[in-house]
Design a protein around this ligand. Sequence first.
Ligand code: SOE
Length: 387
Amino acid sequence: MSKQLRVGMVGYGFMGRTHTNAYKRLNDFFPVEHRPVLKAVCGRNEEKTAAFAKNWGYERVETDWRNLVRAKDIDLIDIGTPNDTHFEIAIEAASNGKMVLCEKPLAMNVAQAEEMTRAVEMAGVPNMVWFNYRRVPSVALAKQIVEEGRIGRSFHYRATYLQDWTISPDVPQGGAGLWRLDVNAAGSGVTGDLLAHSIDTAMWLNGPIARVSAMTKTFVKERVHAETGAVQPVGIDDACMFLAEFANGSMGTFESTRYARGRKNFNTFEMNGEDGSLYFDLEEPEYLQFFEYKQLQSGKKMESHLTGWRKIHTTNSEHPYMSHYWVPGTCIGYEHTFLNALADFVAGIETGKPTQPDFRAALQTQRVCDAVISSAKQGTWVETGAE
Ligand code: SOE
């Protein structure tokens, strides 16, 4: 018998759509017991929220999230709103005994993230942060390869996350979609929005980042605020680069910008170890590249004339998540990363084995993000405190 998972979605923007799509398709692809029911969606603009509810199939509309988190007919609160709202909603949702799923980054800063983590843990409610790129089959395969010990001692980790949509000084800050440019709503620029993804993946694959040395730039210093019409200083980082030292002694470089003309969502990483290397590029998400420095003859590690990078097409049923989809050689897309995340979360509820990344894991990413911003301000190395 299936159990209902009654969803209260806060927010109807980009992430409202990706998450809702996951709830709708979960049982079509994954054999979990719980069955999401789209109970209510919440947004301040009643007309737009109602249009979203009608389009995606929510039973009702709320305009105050406080009513939603208290509602008796809701099991799970999903926070898909701008970063400055995550804190209050998550704390109230947890204290009302709801499961909490939250968009990344978890919070505006470490202090908030710590309190949010405490709140879900004290309430004992299942929780997860939507770092969806962990759920790309190629990235999940990278994790498997690392865990199988095929990379060996890690030396280097290199990540880039490049976009180009804010180059024009005419792009306003604030309001729907553009809140990412408003420091009061976003907390930071590319550090929280893009590098948080890179940091989450990096620490998942290569362990905690111990210290960082960062540089940020704000190329366009003033923008019109979309809601007030006033020209206001830009407080976010448009670009950020940082050096990292991982707790395992390896070195990392991270680069992110919204000013890389031609790059739309260029999210890559490379990891180099004693026994192998991995390379991933989100613009070719169905491939993982792997170089294996093989143990070939009489226990000796050496290369042969056939050694080289393998480009693995991660669409076989033995690759992560793929047995739930189509036949080998056919691809899945961006939206399935959210579906895979939800399937893991629900499986976690059913097995009692909490799914990662939970709030505590996202708190570690927040620690690195805050350390990056502090380091850029101070011009010094900063310890992250990430575990
Ligand atoms: C920003 O443009 C953005 O939408 C991020 O907020 C998402 O997290 C990222 O995955 C795609 O880009």
